[in-house]
Unconditional design. Structure first.
Length: 73
């Protein structure tokens, strides 16, 4: 979706916003990075054609920590 195309319906009617769709807390806590891991903002992308949406971790520092500590698939 970050390329502007919906993976579900292939529409180009994709929009994004920081913390656009939240359920519960405003921020997410990324597990497995230590006791003091800060909560991270999400980048939400939504397709206005079919309603499909995805959330992404927006903080590059958190992403680097995940790459260093999580198992690669």
């Amino acid at each position: 979706m970050l390329n502007g195309q919906c993976p579900r319906c292939r529409s180009r009617s994709v929009y994004r916003r920081k913390n656009g769709i939240v359920s519960g807390a405003k921020h997410i806590f990324v597990t497995g990075l230590g006791f003091t891991t800060p909560r991270s903002d999400k980048l939400t992308c939504v397709c206005t054609n079919c309603g499909y949406y995805e959330n992404y971790v927006a903080d590059k520092a958190i992403l680097a920590k995940v790459a260093a500590k999580w198992e690669k698939v």
